[in-house]
Write a protein of this length. Structure first.
Length: 168
């Protein structure tokens, strides 16, 4: 083997091993998930004592906030596990460990589509919250919320269309 081939092989091994730099980022995402869970239960703790006092629209707004936090947490789990499996290493789970059905089934493109559709769902909930409390928002802000949401929707649709074209 020549020096050039050895150098090339060493560079390729180093590049391949560098994927492990991502591992601490995925661990950090689990800490972000913990923080989001704390925020969820903090919102619930402050809300439950007043549940009989709030009107229907306030109840719906609070429930939408809890759903929003749950969707973001689910997105973190999807990105954390799928990203780790796609870019770092397969999860080695023992046979007696409960395994999520979708583990190992998401490639980069399906992960990208899940993230895009989750962002659209989160944006939809946020926009619904704005509409539920429309009197508290300026018309200019509402217009920007709608335009931003439409941008997310169009981007997700376009990504899905391109993904469909690439499969053919």
């Amino acid at each position: 083997m020549t020096i050039k081939e050895k150098t090339e092989q060493m560079i390729e091994r180093l590049m391949y091993a560098s994927r492990w730099i991502l591992a601490p980022l995925y661990v950090g995402m689990s800490l972000a998930l913990l923080g989001l869970s704390i925020k969820f239960f903090q919102e619930l703790y402050h809300f439950i004592p007043h549940i009989l006092e709030v009107d229907e629209s306030e109840l719906v707004l609070k429930l939408l906030t809890l759903i929003d936090l749950t969707l973001v947490a689910s997105l973190i789990v999807i990105v954390m596990f799928s990203g780790y499996e796609n870019f770092v290493s397969r999860l080695d789970l023992s046979e007696d460990t409960e395994k999520l059905d979708w583990l190992g089934t998401h490639d980069y493109n399906s992960l990208k589509m899940k993230v895009a559709s989750s962002i659209v769902a989160i944006s939809s909930i946020h926009l619904l919250k704005v509409f539920m409390n429309i009197q508290a928002s300026d018309n200019d802000k509402i217009m920007w919320y709608v335009l931003t949401h439409l941008t997310f929707v169009i981007s997700a649709l376009f990504m899905g269309y391109l993904e469909k074209l690439n499969k053919h």
